[in-house]
Design a protein around this ligand. Structure first.
Ligand SMILES: [Zn+2]
Length: 313
């Protein structure tokens, strides 16, 4: 669950050392200009761009010193709504709710006219409950998400709204934006699931996040990351129309030379991205995503399930 989203500092160092052995780590503006100029020779197979989402404060205290030590650039995509708590780290809240809810080992609630009665006896129950609630949250706009979360806190009698993570402050972002290795990117104002919003609400969310960051950093914010990687055609077009240069998804792919040669402008707004998970040990954590194998995993897994069940019969 959320544990996989975090990488231990020592593992991060090993991953960076590995990357630097085989790849150039470049900043996003060089990446953009080389793709724009269809300069496939520059990228070849050997360039990597490091991205960090949301703006957690340990980026400054833990990640940046390592980036400085290795002298590598990175982009941090920031949702300013975290500063005034309008945006909530709800994926951590859900984890607490599901793990702390103990009453009769069942979570009861009524939501939009439906009654839910979810067994929470085993860890497996809790994991599937977490993913069910996560799926419900991903279908909601921001204010409905807040209402749903507050209702879950109430009915679960879970106790702590723990400080899940500290976020970088406005001053931190201002300072980071002038750091030679760091670029600040936009990530909507309140970390919204853009596809569930109306077109106008989606535009407002994106513009507000971008504008605040531009005011704070006093420089243009040209790059964007879709929160949760949630985006399709409408969002790709919208981000392009709003004047961004690039936007990253969480589609686990690598960029090939043919993408660059094609000079496909739309591709710039649905750039793939590989996740390096903290719950996968090094070196697989870095080698597996870079191998490109994740792109193909969906197919063999589906196929395996079919063969297993027919063998069992
Ligand atoms: Zn995010």
């Amino acid at each position: 669950m959320t544990k996989g989203l975090t990488v231990a500092p020592e593992a991060f160092k090993s991953q960076l050392a590995f990357l630097l052995k085989f790849y150039d780590v470049i900043d996003i503006d060089s990446f953009y200009s080389h793709i724009k100029d269809s300069n496939a020779d520059f990228l070849g197979k050997s360039a990597v761009l490091l991205t960090f989402d949301d703006g957690y404060s340990d980026f400054k205290t833990t990640v940046l010193p390592v980036l400085e030590e290795f002298n590598v650039p990175a982009i941090v995509y920031v949702s300013p709504g975290f500063w005034d708590k309008r945006a909530r780290l709800w994926w951590y809240e859900l984890e607490d709710i599901v793990w702390q809810a103990a009453r009769d080992n069942t979570l009861y609630f009524t939501w939009q006219g439906s009654d839910y009665n979810i067994r929470l006896v085993t860890d497996k129950d809790r994991v599937s409950c977490y993913y069910m609630l996560h799926g419900m949250m991903m279908a909601m706009g921001h204010s409905m998400q807040a209402e749903f979360l507050d209702m879950l806190w109430d009915v679960s009698e879970a106790s702590s709204h723990a400080p899940y993570a500290q976020m970088l402050s406005q001053d931190d972002i201002k300072w980071l934006s002038s750091h030679r290795l760091i670029t600040i990117g936009a990530h909507t104002y309140s970390h919204s699931v853009l596809p569930v919003l109306s077109r106008q609400d989606a535009i407002d969310e994106v513009i507000k996040g971008k504008k605040i960051l531009e005011d704070v950093t006093d420089r243009p914010i040209d790059h964007f990351a879709y929160p949760y990687g949630a985006a399709s055609r409408r969002e790709y077009d919208l981000i392009r129309e709003l004047g961004f240069k690039t936007a990253v998804t969480m589609n686990p792919r690598t960029i090939s030379q043919s993408h660059i040669r094609r000079n496909d402008k739309k591709f710039m707004f649905s750039l793939p991205r590989l996740s390096v998970r903290g719950d996968v040990p090094y070196p697989a954590s870095i080698k597996v995503p870079l191998s490109g194998i994740e792109e193909y995993l969906l197919f063999p897994i589906t196929f395996l399930k079919i063969s297993i069940s027919s063998n069992n019969r």
